[in-house]
Design a protein around this ligand. Structure first.
Ligand SMILES: Nc1ncnc2c1ncn2[C@@H]1O[C@H](COP(=O)(O)OP(=O)(O)OP(=O)(O)O)[C@@H](O)[C@H]1O
Ligand SMILES: [Mg+2]
Length: 252
């Protein structure tokens, strides 16, 4: 499959599109990995907002960790009005962080019950709104609902197939809890990485006695993406990826 036949669409985040090789193919499921506080949620939500504001792509945010009111308050610091977009019907949020999670837990001494509940709710919402951009933050919690790795793989494969049919481009946030996973020299991979069409790695590295954020496209099937590790900053406007300034690894 050539890049020309992939229906690549810009994300709307300028330098993100540059390092991706133009944008993300419609309907692809992409793993967005990184350690604590590196900027996963900020990048993922910016992807949703740019979609809504620049391309009228209806967005869906599935949040497992951060309750929506807390998330709203933090995002207002960037000038992002999640509530307003929800009120206008352009953004939908499934908040499994508090009450819904309680319902799931009750429903699921049988784990399958909660599994069907979560998966079906996401798919129903994607179809109901014609969602083009989906964020699942984080995917780890979703995987915890499954009995074993085979179940994770089977269900994820099924969901990825449905999202592709629905042309719903997905950023699935994945929390790296093991230092080895974020090792820039020798990254380790998980089942989700192999199932995903692409893998984006965010890192928070020690460079010259201070922490520097970096983004790397580790995998993007069929795309001529950047092979470099790019520094990025979080500013009052969100994620700011530098395409020209290299990271000096000799200072690590
Ligand atoms: N206005 C700002 N200017 C600079 N940096 C900021 C600003 N607001 C937030 N940050 C940085 O963003 C970080 C949090 O980003 P974010 O929540 O996107 O990370 P995350 O990877 O999703 O974290 P978690 O592991 O908790 O889910 C903060 O720890 C802080 O370093
Ligand atoms: Mg987060």
């Amino acid at each position: 499959m050539s890049e020309g036949s992939l229906n690549v669409k810009p994300t709307g985040i300028t330098n993100f599109d540059k390092i991706l090789g133009g944008g993300l193919p419609a309907g692809w499921f992409i793993a967005l990995r990184g350690g604590a506080g590196v900027g996963k949620t900020t990048l993922a939500i910016q992807f949703l907002l740019e979609g809504i504001l620049k391309y009228h792509d209806p967005g869906l945010l599935v949040t497992f960790n951060e309750p929506l009111p807390a998330l709203n308050a933090i995002m207002r610091n960037y000038g992002w009005d999640l509530q307003g977009l929800q009120d206008m019907g352009e953004l939908s949020v499934l908040d499994f962080s508090s009450t819904e999670m309680g319902i799931m837990q009750q429903a699921s001494r049988l784990r399958e019950a909660s599994l069907d509940y979560v998966t079906q709710k996401i798919i129903d919402e994607v179809r109901r709104l014609g969602v083009n951009r989906l964020v699942i933050d984080p995917l780890n919690t979703f995987s915890l609902l499954f009995r074993d790795l085979f179940e994770v793989r089977k269900e994820l494969h099924r969901v990825i197939g449905i999202l592709w049919q629905e042309k719903c481009t997905t950023l699935a946030v994945y929390e790296n809890t093991d230092d080895a996973v974020t090792d820039v020299q020798n990254p380790q991979f998980s089942t989700e990485d192999f199932l995903s069409y692409g893998v984006i790695n965010l890192q928070y590295m020690l460079v010259n006695s201070s922490r520097e954020r970096a983004i790397e496209i580790l995998k993007m099937r069929g795309m001529n993406h950047s092979k470099r590790v790019h520094p990025f900053a979080i500013t009052t406007k969100g994620i700011d990826i530098k395409v020209d300034k290299p990271i000096d690894f000799s200072k690590r």
